[in-house]
Ligand binder design. Structure first.
Ligand code: SF4
Length: 161
C-alpha cells in the first residue's frame, strides 16, 4: 500500500534536479524559463528541487570537465531508483563548442547514463519540456519495474531466467 502511494506520487509529481556542469548559462536560462508562468512546467506536476536525495529526474546542462565529473557522479549516485537523466543542449550532448578544450571530458554520457537528449544551442524551452515529458514516460516504465523495500527502491524480481 505504502509502496503504491510512493510510486504513484513519484510518477504523478516527479521532482527535478538541475545541474549546470559548465554551461555558458544559455541553456540554464532556457531551463529557468520552463519554470516561469510562460512555459509553466509545474502544470505537469514537476517541481524543481535542490537535493539529489529527493530528485527523480536529473537535468544536466553544459559539457562535463575533469573538475566537475566527480560532482556529477556524486549527484547521480545519491538519487533514488528509478531515476532518469536528461542532457540539455549541444554541450551536454557532446561537449559542443568546448569539446576539444584541454579540460573537457565530453558529453554527459561519458560519465553517467543518459535517457533523453535535447539538442540545441541553446535548447529551446519547448524542446526542454518535450524532453522532460519523454523522460517522464521512461520514468513511468522504470517505476513499474521497481519495488520499494524499506524506503529504498530496487529492481523487481522477474521470472525470466
Ligand atoms: S549548448 Fe550553447 S547555449 Fe547551451 S551551454 Fe553550450 S554553448 Fe551555451
Amino acid at each position: 500500500m505504502f509502496e503504491q502511494i510512493t510510486r504513484g506520487s513519484r510518477v504523478k509529481s516527479p521532482w527535478l534536479l538541475h545541474y549546470d556542469c559548465s554551461s555558458c548559462n544559455g541553456c540554464d536560462i532556457e531551463v529557468i524559463a520552463c519554470l516561469t508562468p510562460v512555459y509553466d512546467i509545474e502544470r505537469f506536476g514537476i517541481i524543481n528541487v535542490g537535493n539529489p536525495l529527493h530528485a527523480d529526474i536529473l537535468l544536466v546542462t553544459g559539457a562535463v570537465n575533469h573538475r566537475n565529473r566527480k560532482v556529477l557522479e556524486n549527484l547521480y549516485e545519491q538519487m533514488p531508483h528509478p531515476r532518469v537523466v536528461i542532457a540539455i543542449g549541444s554541450c551536454a550532448l557532446s561537449g559542443g563548442v568546448f569539446r576539444e578544450a584541454y579540460n573537457v571530458v565530453g558529453g554527459v554520457d561519458k560519465v553517467i547514463a543518459v535517457d533523453v537528449y535535447v539538442p540545441g544551442c541553446a535548447a529551446k524551452p519547448e524542446a526542454i519540456i518535450d524532453g522532460v515529458l519523454l523522460g517522464l514516460e521512461k520514468f513511468k516504465k522504470l517505476s513499474n519495474n521497481w519495488r520499494g523495500v524499506g524506503g529504498i527502491f530496487r529492481e523487481a524480481e522477474t521470472n525470466e531466467s
